[in-house]
Design a protein around this ligand. Structure first.
Ligand code: COI
Length: 424
């Protein structure tokens, strides 16, 4: 059995095409192999995504727009979808925009069995002049490539994909809500489509994008959330893939989230290790603001050590903080810190604020953390200050405002990418 499992891997590493060859090779003595079959020198290179090849089939039954107040995150979708197919022989095929429709996939398709799936989330906004704008789409596409590569799915030219996203958004422009706090959430997704139960790199894939008009995550403004911090569950670990946006990272977090909800907490604060390192919150990065024991103001988030998602909002907040807060005496830190340090800061009156940061909610203030006290400790609540009569601390409020100004183009910045109007 072990031999049978091993052979395809050895074969793959030696560039073997067939299992039969692999069986023969595995019987040979372990010698250094010089005989890897090189690609034909005249072989065509694989095709990258080419926006110039885009084919568009418009819907014949355009949807009615929903009033902004009825928009629920990720529930309603626009008229069209973008698809780009890939095969290991050809590379990327001509991109297509078609009416929004079901995918038809064989039940043996590898995505259903071995979770060959990664995704992104980014938003298109409408500015005061009615121009559609994307927020840092290059960052999302760069991250999608690292996610895809981690699960042996194909990569693509990020710039070409951004061009396609712009075309798609231009076509769907009427779905971008005008109201402040509203946007069009874009969900690029890649799946392995090879029809096989064999465990190996998919030889075919589909990159597609759908879009959902969305309102503010908290329709009533900020609503601070309470968290459950447990030592017996882990979201990601060193050497794993917690820094990649894989669907497989999300499904296992739902059960702990349900358990937190049963206890009256909205989200999990994800800890790691006996030390109780603070890593992420729910599906977001997490920031704490405190005074250090020697009295310095510090804004802190976990470092990108392979267990933390390289959030676009996280990165933007760090850059804004360095630009705006350093001069006010803040230290901005990406370093490990523990829930024990957070609890001590709260006990000593040094804890100032905490909030999650992600594309969906932008910033999500935190008001309470129930910590189980670690492996040998006693459970306790950690209270996080908010402003008097408000559901957010001052930093969360400011970051939300500074982000919105750039997302909606009130403040011009390189982060905001204008989308040219649709032309056939
Ligand atoms: C985000 O907060 O941006 C997320 O990634 C949540 C998304 C999975 C809905």
């Amino acid at each position: 059995m072990f031999q049978r499992l091993l052979v395809p891997k050895v074969a793959a590493s030696l560039g073997c095409k067939s299992f039969r060859n692999a069986t023969i090779m595995s019987a040979l003595p372990q010698a250094r192999t010089y005989s890897i079959k090189a690609d034909n020198a005249s072989a065509q290179p694989l095709m990258d995504i080419d926006p110039k090849l885009l084919k568009v089939q418009r819907t014949e039954s355009p949807k009615k727009l929903l009033p902004a107040k009825d928009l629920i995150f990720g529930k309603n979708f626009t008229d069209h979808m973008l698809t780009v197919e890939w095969s290991s022989k050809h590379g990327w095929y001509a991109p297509q925009i078609t009416p929004y429709q079901n995918l038809s996939l064989d039940p043996a398709t590898c995505v259903f069995h071995y979770a060959f799936e990664c995704f992104e989330g980014l938003k298109a906004y409408k500015d005061k002049d009615g121009v559609a704008r994307l927020f840092r789409p290059d960052k999302n596409m760069a991250r999608m490539n690292t996610s895809a590569a981690r699960i042996a799915l194909p990569t693509f030219g990020s710039e070409a994909m951004v061009e396609l996203i712009k075309k798609f958004v231009a076509l769907e422009e009427r779905f971008i809500p005008e109201e402040r706090g509203y946007s069009l959430y874009l969900r690029p997704t890649m799946i392995g489509t090879q029809k096989t139960l064999g465990v190996g790199p998919p030889r075919s894939a589909l990159l597609y994008m759908i879009a959902s008009p969305v309102g503010p995550y908290y329709p009533t403004g900020f609503k601070a959330v309470s968290l459950s911090a447990r030592s017996d569950i882990v979201r990601a670990w060193p050497g794993g893939c917690g820094d990649k946006k894989l669907g497989a990272n999300y499904a296992p977090c739902i059960k702990p989230q349900q358990e937190a909800a049963e206890q009256g907490y909205q989200q999990n604060l994800w800890l790691f290790g006996e030390e109780g390192y603070v890593t992420e919150v729910g599906t977001m990065n997490v920031f704490f603001a405190w005074k250090t024991p020697d009295g310095k103001k510090e804004l802190i988030t976990a470092p990108l050590d392979g267990t933390i998602l390289n959030g676009v909002t996280r990165d933007s907040i760090l850059e804004l903080a360095r630009e705006k807060l350093t001069k006010e005496g803040w230290t901005i830190s990406e370093r490990k810190f523990t829930i024990g340090e957070v609890a001590k800061a709260a006990d000593e009156g040094r804890l100032l604020e905490a909030f999650g940061a992600g594309t969906a909610a932008v910033v999500s203030p935190i008001n309470k953390i129930n910590w189980d006290g670690g492996i040998h400790g006693d459970a306790r609540d950690i209270h996080v200050p908010l402003q008097e009569g408000k559901e957010a601390g001052p930093l969360a409020e400011n970051f939300w405002k500074w982000m919105a100004e750039r997302q909606y183009g009130d403040v011009e910045s390189d982060w905001s990418v204008k989308v040219p109007k649709w032309t056939e």
